[in-house]
Each structure stands twice: as C-alpha cells, then as structure tokens.
Design a binder for this molecule. Structure first.
Ligand SMILES: C[S@@+](CC[C@H](N)C(=O)[O-])C[C@H]1O[C@@H](n2cnc3c(N)ncnc32)[C@H](O)[C@@H]1O
Length: 234
C-alpha cells in the first residue's frame, strides 16, 4: 500500500489526471475558456501554453482558431514541446498570449515571468491562474504540496506584485475560490483517503491530518485560486 502511495506521488499530475479525467486546475475547461476570452484569444492568436500537461487547454484554444503550442517538462500530448517555464524553447517576441494554468507556483516565479515577457510581443498578454494563500501555507508534506500546486503559492498581493515587477500591467484579477471548492469535492468523491491512508500506520495518519488541515484551509478561503490577465509593457 505504501508503494502505491509513493508511485502516485512520483507522478502526481498523471495520478490527478486519472482521478479527475480532465484538466488539472480548478474550473476545468470552462475556466480556461473564460480566461481565453479575457485574454482575447481568437482566430490566429499565437498562444503558448506553459505547463500544458495533457493539452486540454490547447484543444480549447485551437477550437477557437488559435495557433496553440504547449510546453511542459513531461508533456502527455504529442502536440507540445518539452521544456521548462524558466527556459522556454521559443524565440523572443513571437507569442501573442502566454497561458499558464496552475503551473507557475511550481517553479521560480520571477524567472518564469521574465521568460513569458521575453517570448511575448509588445502588448502581448499573460493569462495565468494559480493557487494563492492568505497567511502561512498549510503544513503538508512537500510531495503533497507539489501535487496540489501549493509549493510556491503566495498571497494575491504578492502574485500581482511579482507580475507587475516583471514588466506587466495587470488588467484584471478574478477570485476562483468556488472552483477550488468544487475541485476539492470532486477529488474527495473519487478518492477514499481514509481507506487508502488509514491502513498505513503513523505515516498514513499524519498524511490524513495534513489533508484535513488543507481541506479546512480551503473551506475557510485561506487557500484559494485566482486568475489574472496582464499586458506586456515592452
Ligand atoms: C497541475 S498541472 C496543470 C496542467 C495544465 N496546465 C492544466 O491546467 O490541466 C501542472 C503542470 O505543470 C508542469 N510543470 C511542472 N513544473 C514545470 C516547469 N518548471 N515548467 C513548466 N511546466 C511545469 C507539470 O508537468 C504539469 O503538467
């Protein structure tokens, strides 16, 4: 049983993909479509999806006529390049919109924002969604924090501050807490935490406590989710 947990955490997004059977961010494809609307993605828009995973957002963007390419260190679609948010395999100023859903909290934010700015044309747009925290991050094991995109989560103010420091002007920021609550419920419906972890002794119990603490923080809004659109100032 312990081996099963290690295997699940070794590739957390593939595991979540199996559990959720769809996009790995709160709000799913509907939230992606709204974010693409706000970033004015339409026919001919050159879009780069950073941390594209299985490519669900690429499909949404292509359906509206965008020329969409993904980048991921471990892409699970053959329509993406292998690469990292902090070293994008794309030339300067060649992209209209950089999309980054539930990924920048997993990497060096400042380096990733500098890369987004480099590949965007002047006036290009950054469309991102991410986990945010109010106060301290709940104390969960690193592997669980990674799987839930909590690792580098920061406050809303800190996130917008870093985006603006990287040379963008934030156009709008939306709270997506309801989407996070719905995703939490969806995962809880599909994963029997108590059954899985309850048989793993002390380690299982401490993981269960961490999950309960996290669920309470999500319920209270101390852990939340936001999306924002920002324009590159050139
Ligand atoms: C929570 S998933 C989100 C996937 C997709 N954007 C979505 O919303 O369904 C996080 C994704 O970020 C990718 N990732 C992790 N570290 C990264 C990095 N340094 N640069 C780019 N992508 C990264 C993972 O491989 C994974 O596909």
């Amino acid at each position: 049983m312990a081996g099963l947990l290690e295997a699940a955490l070794a590739n957390p997004w593939r595991t979540l993909d199996t559990v959720l059977d769809g996009p790995l961010h709160p709000g799913g494809t509907e939230a992606t479509a709204q974010l693409l609307d706000r970033a004015a993605v339409g026919p001919g828009t050159r879009l780069l999806d950073v941390g594209c995973g299985a490519g669900d957002a690429l499909a949404v963007a292509r359906d509206r006529g965008a020329e969409a390419v993904g980048v991921d260190p471990a892409p699970t679609t053959d329509r993406a390049l292998q690469g990292d948010a902090t070293a994008l395999p794309v030339r300067d100023g060649t992209v209209d919109v950089v999309l980054a859903e539930c990924v920048l909290c997993l990497t060096d934010l400042d380096a990733a924002l500098a890369e987004a700015d480099r590949v965007l044309r002047d006036g290009g747009r950054l469309a991102l969604s991410d986990v945010v925290v109010d106060g301290d991050r709940p104390d969960v094991p690193e592997s669980v924090a990674d799987a839930l995109c909590l690792t580098g989560a920061r406050s809303r103010e800190r996130l917008t501050d870093r985006v603006e420091a990287a040379g963008f002007e934030v156009e709008d920021l939306l709270d997506r807490h309801a989407d996070l609550l719905a995703m939490r419920d969806r995962v809880a419906e599909r994963v029997d935490y108590e059954g899985l972890l309850g048989v793993m002794g002390d380690r299982g119990q401490s993981a269960l406590s961490a999950i309960e603490e996290l669920e309470a923080a999500v319920e209270a809004g101390e852990v939340s989710y936001v999306s924002l659109v920002a324009t590159a100032q050139g």
